[in-house]
Design a binder for this molecule. Structure first.
Ligand code: RIB
Length: 334
């Protein structure tokens, strides 16, 4: 690896001059700058940015560790985080845990070693050893899309209990009395909270509820749940899915089996990703302000890491209210 010393020696200048050519070229004469740049080119020297940022005491890298980068919801979260980060001269690296605790753990170890500025975290589990050891690194983190399990960190999330209730009340109000809920893995807080909302909205309604749990919140799991749903007897007339990817999979299974949506099976999703509205039968969905979630979480992290005065940080729990977007997958066309 070519270092700054090799460049200085070959160009016949001090290490400080090479550093100035790279970082403050205006303080170096044109002739010296030309000579040093040609040696940099010749030797293929690359500045060790992470070492420089560490010496500066503050990395310019913010990390976003999400559950599933294949889910457009998290892409929207990332866009929001980048907007806030770029405004402060920071860069965002996005890491994908693929809903696996071991992958999440190795990412958290790498981010601690790299001494990033901070981490926006949509975790698979919040009590595991991974987060405990990450806390010991002292690097600030903010939960995104999830409340913090304690006062340990700030969080930005949506009221998922209210969101589950919105979906179920909509199906009850449109006359359904046999309803299914296709949920993701119970290890995910947001799945447990959406189910809480489902159950509280259903209490006292007299409607029947079938719950199907999937191994992941993705389209293939939705297709599988849809196939299982077709076998339930008597079959429900409506289904609420814990996110839009599951709902798109269920929609695919229904259309493939010749089941009309919404006439024979009404479908509600969650997140309101772009594909929800663009689906063959546009999906009714509980909208999460994904971009705003990402931007707000990044702003909180910047506020918690920007100051050097060492004052204790007041963590915040920002909770947004979800809204129901009604489309053809639950609206009976007269
Ligand atoms: O992928 C995980 C899900 O949880 C997303 O669809 C979003 O709803 C998040 O809250």
């Amino acid at each position: 690896m070519v270092g700054i010393k090799d460049v200085a020696r070959r160009a016949g200048v001090s290490i400080g001059t090479v550093s100035n050519v790279v970082n403050r070229p205006h303080v170096v004469s044109a002739a010296t700058r030309t000579r040093v740049l040609s040696v940099i080119e010749e030797l293929g020297y690359v500045r060790d940015e992470s070492a420089r940022q560490l010496r500066a005491g503050h990395s310019r890298i913010m990390a976003l560790l999400v559950l599933d980068l294949g889910n457009p919801f998290f892409v929207d979260v990332a866009h929001g985080a980048e907007e806030a980060a770029h405004g402060e001269g920071l860069n965002v690296i996005t890491c994908n845990s693929r809903q696996r605790v071991d992958t999440e753990s190795s990412y958290l170890s790498m981010l601690a070693e790299q001494r990033v500025r901070g981490v926006l975290l949509s975790p698979v589990g919040t009590t595991g050893e991974a987060l405990q050891s990450f806390r010991r690194s002292g690097i600030p983190y903010v939960f995104v899309d999830r409340k913090a399990p304690s006062a340990e960190a700030s969080s930005v999330s949506v009221d998922d209990v209210a969101g589950g209730g919105l979906a179920m009340r909509h199906l009850l109000e449109t006359g359904h009395t046999r309803i299914a809920f296709v949920n993701g893995p119970a290890i995910l807080t947001q799945c447990r909270e959406r189910e809480t909302g489902v159950r509280s909205a259903l209490a006292g309604s007299g409607a029947e509820l079938s719950i199907l749990e999937t191994a992941a919140l993705d389209v293939p799991s939705g297709r599988d749940a849809g196939a299982r749903l077709l076998g339930v007897s008597p079959r429900p007339t409506a289904v609420f899915c814990a996110n839009d990817l599951l709902a798109l999979g269920v929609l695919q299974a229904m259309v493939g089996a010749g089941v009309r949506v919404p006439e024979d099976m009404a479908i509600v999703g969650y997140d309101d990703i772009e594909f929800a509205g663009a689906a063959a039968v546009p999906l009714t969905s509980v909208r999460q302000p994904a971009k705003r979630l990402g931007r707000t979480a990044a702003e909180l992290l910047i506020a918690e890491t920007g100051g050097d005065n060492g004052d204790p940080v007041e963590h915040q729990a920002v909770v947004f209210t979800p809204e129901l977007v009604v489309r053809d997958s639950t609206r009976i066309r007269r």
